[in-house]
Design a protein around this ligand. Structure first.
Ligand SMILES: [Zn+2]
Length: 334
């Protein structure tokens, strides 16, 4: 169950809680102490068939491993999941990466754990984690962007985590960058994600490498064109491979162009950028800083761009924060 309304500060009484993040390939869970520090972490692979019951059991198992390390019994669980979550019930309506439809995640995890469970979209819990505990702390207007396999985001507007009409606000990866451009995994073409997200990087670098003699070194390093991954490009660029370096530079400029539009639209005081592609390609951050300062409308151009430092803990801390709110809301009802 997701508490509605504003995200109030956590209650002052000491409360241990659990937070988990269910992604497309892995599950991470953490034990969070009353001060909001992650005190234990465990991870499990998402079962390859992504069967809901198997994923639920793996998640419960991961949470139980964290719970076993708690000096005091945790009182609630928060979960972020890569999908569209029905507020109020914690049911996952649609999760394309997990290939789920209508999975009662909150109620099933509640049965398996015996604890109250809050569920929200993972990008929203990560944004909440950055806002409350990370680089977004203290902001009333914050934009978060996470570049992994895809690109997701979240926004705090005037001191509230923005939800959108269908609780789907933050699909920043599907901001069009090129009219009638590269096909995307969404109904549109030319999206930012289809140019600079992890899956697009892999596709584009393989296409380029197939016709570019300068890519010979990169192909040899990967052991074949089809085996070039974003990580291969990252390592080659670090070692000064000219093809890989130019490729990363161009993607960083495209990312920055997309960000200029988002910063103009949202006017955040700060932008937190994270995810494994940004960690691997720090050029994304540098290009974003330059582009926002030079190319945004004057009032929006003051936005500060920071790299995430919480990494995987952002999702755990944001989910744990939801767990605390849920526990506090239940207390008030009694
Ligand atoms: Zn798209």
């Amino acid at each position: 169950v997701v508490p509605r309304g504003s995200h109030r500060p956590a209650p002052s009484r000491p409360l241990w809680v659990l937070g988990a993040d269910i992604g497309g390939t892995k599950i991470v869970a953490g034990l969070v102490d009353p001060a909001g520090a992650v005190r234990a972490r465990h991870r499990r692979e998402v079962p390859s068939d992504r069967d809901p019951e198997g994923v639920l059991r793996a998640t419960a198992d991961c949470l139980a491993a964290c719970r076993a390390e708690a000096p005091e019994a945790p009182r609630a669980i928060g979960v972020g999941v890569a999908g569209q979550v029905e507020p109020g019930t914690g049911t996952v309506r649609y999760a394309p990466n997990l290939r789920w439809r209508d999975v009662p995640l909150g109620s099933r995890l509640g049965e398996l754990s015996g604890l109250p469970v809050a569920v929200a979209n993972d990008v929203r819990t990560i944004t909440l984690g950055e806002w409350r505990f990370g680089e977004g702390r203290g902001c009333r207007n914050l934009l978060c962007l996470f570049v992994g396999t895809g690109i997701g985001g979240g926004a705090v507007i005037d001191g509230r985590l923005a939800e959108g009409a269908a609780h789907a606000l933050g699909e920043v990866g599907h901001t069009p960058l090129v009219a009638d451009g590269r096909p995307c995994h969404c109904p549109n073409r030319g999206c930012l994600e289809a140019y600079v997200g992890g899956w697009a990087i892999a596709e584009r670098v393989r296409e380029l490498a197939a016709r570019e003699p300068a890519a010979r070194g990169l192909i040899a390093r990967a052991g074949g064109i089809d085996r070039i991954e974003p990580r291969t490009v990252e390592l080659a660029a670090r070692e000064g491979d000219p093809f890989a370096s130019a490729f990363v530079h161009e993607r960083a400029e495209e990312f920055a162009t997309g960000l200029v539009g988002l910063v103009n639209a949202f006017n955040p005081e700060r932008v937190v950028v994270g995810g494994k592609i940004v960690e691997g390609f720090p050029e994304y951050l540098a290009a974003a800083r330059r582009a926002v300062a030079e190319r945004c409308q004057p009032p929006a151009a003051a936005a500060e761009i920071r790299g995430s430092r919480l990494h995987a803990d952002a999702g755990i801390l944001g989910a744990a924060h939801l767990a605390r709110e849920l526990f506090a809301a239940r207390r008030r009802l009694r």
